[in-house]
Design a binder for this molecule. Structure first.
Ligand SMILES: [Zn+2]
Length: 653
C-alpha cells in the first residue's frame, strides 16, 4: 500500500527531507475519509479547482501564456505581474488532487494547462509573461517587485508535486528547464541578486530532493545567504519588508511582509536540514518561538499591518485591523510542518492545528466558490457584499469574495487542501505519530519493513473522542504516538490496548505494544467551551476575553443578536462559565446602548453608557463559520463586563 513505485520513488507528499526525526507519510499512505477535512477536500477538488481555472481564463491570466507563445504579447497584459504564479499554484493543487482522487477531469485540465504554459517557455528556460516581451520591461530588471523568481518557485513546486504523484512528464521538464535557467542566471559569478519575494528557496530544495542534483540545493542556499545584506533597493516600507534587513541566521523574530517572511523561513529550514546546518535551524526555531509568543493572533493568523501586509511590533495585534492573510496561514503551516519533521516538537503541530481550523477553514466558503483574503477578528461594519461577477479590487471584503485582483489566497488554499493528508501523520523506525485528528486510514511500513495499518475515527473538532484501531500489524512491538494538544493541558485521557485509562498532559503520549489487529488506542480530550484572556501587553484587546472550544476559536456575530444591534454593544461576564446545549455555546452578559454624544469622552466618575443595560445570553459560533448567513458584524474578543463598586452601570448622571 505504500506509494513508492519506480515512477515516483519519493511518494506523493509536499516535503521529503533528507534528514530529520520524522518521515512524512504520502497521500497514498493516508486516506482522509468524510468529516471536517474530508468534506473540505471534496469541495476543493470538485468545485474550487474549476472555479479558480474559470476565473483565470475569464480575466486573461491563462491567456497571457497563449499570447507569449503566439508572439502576440505586446506590453499590456491581464493581471498583476505575478499572476503566472496563480496558474502554477492551481497546477500544483491539481497535481495533488489527481493523487488524492484520481479525478480524470482534473488530470485532463492539468495536462491542458501544462501544454499552454510550456508553449510560452523560452528555449533557454525563461518563463514569465510579464517581462521580456515587446513593450514589457526587460527580464530581471525589477528584482524588488517583479516576482520572476517567486513565480519560478511556484512552477517548480507544481513540477515536484506532479513528479511525486504521477512521475516524470512535461510539467516536470518545464520546471527543470526553469530551475536550470535560474541556476545559470543567478549562480555565483552571474547575477548576484535575489527576488523581492522569497519562495523559490524551498522549491529548489525540493527539486534537489526529487532529482538528487545538488546544484539546486546550492542555489537555494545561495539565495538564503544573500538575503539580509541589503542587496535589494531600499523602499519606503524599509528592507525588512522583504527580509533584506538582517541575515536569516542573525534574525530573532519574523518581521516585514508576513508571507515573504514565512516562505523564507521555510526555505531556510529546508536548506538547514539538507546541509546539516544546525545553527541555521536553531535560528529559525528561535524566530518561530518569538513570533508565536508575541506576534500571532489567537486564530494562528499572522500579519497585523495592512500596510506592507506585515508583522507588527511585539504585541501589536489589533483585532479590527488584523491582516492575517490566508496565504500567511498556508505559509505558517508549511514552516511549522518543516520544523515538526526536523525536531518532533509537538508545539509545531499545535500551531498547525490552530491555523488550519481558525484561518484556513475560515477562508473558503462552504460551497468552495468564495474566499477571505484577510481574516479580521473584529468586523465593525456589516458588508459590503462582494459582487459575484467581478474581481474584488481590495483584499478586504465583508463576505467571502469569488476572486480578487490579487488572488494569491484561493489557489494557495487549494494546493494545501488537496495535499492535506500529507500533513496529518508521520512515521519513524519505531512507529507512527499522529499529529492531527481526522477520520482517516493509514497504511505504511516501519523502518524494519513491517507493514502497519491504522483506522482513526473521530468527530473532531466537535467531539472529544479519537479512536485509533490497528488494522494491520505483524505482532512485533511498535509505538503509536499521539499529540495531546496544548489547549488540553489537563483532562485528556488515554486508553491503551489493555483498556487501562490514564490522564495525559499536553505534548506527546506514546504507547509501545505488541499490537494485534483489532487493538484500540483512544484519546479523550476535554472539549468544552473555555474562556481565554490575552496578555495585557496586547493593548488593542486589553479588558476583553474570548471563548475557545477544543481547537476552535469562537466568535459573536450580529445575526445572533436582536435586530439592529451591534456586536460592539455586548459585554460578557467571564465569571460565569459558557454553557453548552444542543451543540451551541452561549455566554451571559449585557447588551448596552451607547448614546451618541457630541464628545465621545467623559470624566471617570461618569459612564458613557446611557441606557439601562439588558441582561442577555448570546450564542457564539465557530469563527470558521462566520459570514455564512449574510452581512454581519462579528468579534472574537469580547469586552468583559466588570461591575465597579463606585456605581452600577446603567444610569447617566
Ligand atoms: Zn494571499
Amino acid at each position: 500500500m505504500t506509494a513508492t513505485s519506480s515512477r515516483n520513488p519519493q511518494g506523493a507528499r509536499p516535503v521529503v527531507p533528507g534528514a530529520g526525526l520524522l518521515r512524512p507519510l504520502t497521500l497514498a499512505e493516508v486516506g482522509v475519509r468524510d468529516g471536517f477535512w474530508g468534506r473540505r477536500q471534496k469541495v476543493n477538488g470538485e468545485v474550487t479547482l474549476d472555479h479558480a481555472l474559470s476565473w483565470m481564463e475569464r480575466v486573461g491570466w491563462v491567456d497571457n501564456f497563449r499570447a507569449v507563445a503566439a508572439g502576440r504579447m505586446r506590453g499590456e497584459r491581464g493581471g498583476r505581474e505575478f499572476s503566472d504564479s496563480e496558474i502554477y499554484k492551481l497546477m500544483e493543487a491539481m497535481a495533488w488532487e489527481v493523487g488524492r482522487s484520481r479525478n480524470v477531469q482534473t488530470e485532463a485540465a492539468l495536462r491542458a494547462l501544462t501544454s499552454t504554459v510550456g508553449a510560452a517557455q523560452g528555449p533557454d528556460g525563461y518563463l514569465n509573461t510579464a517581462f521580456g516581451q515587446p513593450g514589457q520591461p526587460a527580464r530581471y530588471s525589477d528584482l524588488e517587485w517583479g516576482h520572476e523568481l517567486y513565480c519560478y518557485g511556484h512552477l517548480i513546486q507544481a513540477g515536484v508535486a506532479r513528479a511525486r504523484v504521477t512521475g516524470a512528464d512535461e510539467l516536470v521538464e518545464i520546471a527543470r528547464r526553469a530551475a536550470d535557467h535560474v541556476c545559470r542566471e543567478f549562480g555565483p559569478g552571474a547575477n548576484e541578486g535575489m527576488c523581492g519575494h522569497p519562495e523559490i528557496e524551498m522549491a529548489l530544495v525540493e527539486l534537489a530532493r526529487l532529482t538528487g542534483e545538488a546544484r539546486y540545493l546550492d542555489q537555494a542556499a545561495v539565495f538564503v545567504q544573500r538575503r539580509g545584506h541589503q542587496r535589494l533597493a531600499d523602499i519606503p516600507l524599509g528592507r525588512a519588508y522583504f527580509q533584506d534587513d538582517v541575515p536569516v541566521r542573525a534574525a530573532t523574530v519574523l518581521r516585514g511582509h508576513a508571507v515573504r517572511a514565512l516562505y523564507l523561513a521555510s526555505g531556510a529550514v529546508d536548506v538547514a536540514v539538507e546541509t546539516g546546518d544546525a545553527g541555521l535551524l536553531a535560528a529559525v526555531e528561535r524566530q518561530w518561538e518569538a513570533t508565536v509568543a508575541r506576534r500571532t493572533y489567537l486564530t494562528g493568523g499572522m500579519g497585523s499591518h495592512h500596510e506592507g501586509e506585515a508583522f507588527g511590533d511585539d504585541f501589536v495585534l489589533p483585532p479590527d485591523r488584523a491582516y492575517s492573510e490566508t496565504c500567511a496561514a498556508v505559509a505558517s503551516v508549511m514552516l511549522s510542518w518543516r520544523l515538526l519533521l526536523a525536531t518532533g516538537n509537538p508545539r509545531y503541530a499545535d500551531l498547525i492545528e490552530r491555523t488550519l481550523y481558525n484561518v484556513l477553514a475560515t477562508s473558503t466558503a462552504p460551497d468552495g466558490r468564495a474566499f477571505f483574503y484577510t481574516n479580521t477578528l473584529y468586523r465593525r461594519h456589516a458588508g459590503p457584499v462582494p459582487p459575484a461577477a467581478e474581481m474584488n479590487p481590495r483584499p478586504e471584503s465583508g463576505l467571502r469574495a469569488p476572486w480578487f485582483a490579487v488572488s494569491c489566497c484561493p489557489t494557495n488554499i487549494a494546493r494545501l487542501f488537496a495535499s492535506l493528508a500529507g500533513y496529518l501523520a508521520t512515521a519513524d523506525d519505531t512507529g507512527i505519530q499522529l499529529h492531527q485528528y481526522a477520520s482517516c486510514d493509514i497504511h505504511t511500513r516501519l523502518g524494519d519493513g513491517a507493514t502497519v495499518g491504522l483506522a482513526m475515527r473521530t468527530g473532531y473538532p466537535d467531539h472529544a473522542a479519537v479512536s485509533v484501531e490497528v488494522t494491520e500489524s505483524r505482532g512485533q512491538p511498535w509505538s503509536l504516538s499521539l499529540r495531546v494538544p496544548g489547549w488540553a493541558d489537563s483532562g485528556a485521557i488515554l486508553v491503551d490496548p489493555t483498556g487501562a485509562r490514564r490522564p495525559v498532559g499536553a505534548g506527546t503520549v506514546t504507547v509501545t505494544h505488541r499490537f494485534a489487529v483489532g487493538d484500540r488506542v483512544s484519546l479523550e480530550l476535554p472539549i468544552r467551551a473555555r474562556w481565554v484572556r490575552p496578555d495585557p501587553r496586547i493593548d488593542a484587546i486589553r479588558g476583553t476575553v474570548a471563548v475557545e472550544r477544543g481547537p476552535l476559536v469562537l466568535c459573536l456575530e450580529s445575526v445572533d443578536l436582536p435586530a439592529g444591534r451591534h456586536v460592539g454593544e455586548v459585554r460578557v461576564d467571564a465569571s460565569t462559565d459558557p454553557t453548552e446545549a444542543n451543540g451551541q455555546v452561549r455566554v451571559t452578559g449585557e447588551l448596552v446602548k451607547v448614546s451618541d454624544e457630541p464628545w465621545p469622552y467623559a470624566g471617570t466618575d461618569h459612564d458613557t453608557v446611557s441606557s439601562t443595560p439588558e441582561r442577555v445570553e448570546v450564542p457564539l459560533l465557530p469563527y470558521y463559520a462566520w459570514a455564512t448567513r449574510g452581512p454581519s458584524t462579528m468579534r472574537v474578543w469580547l469586552p468583559e463586563h466588570t461591575r465597579t463598586n463606585k456605581k452600577e452601570t446603567g444610569s447617566k448622571e
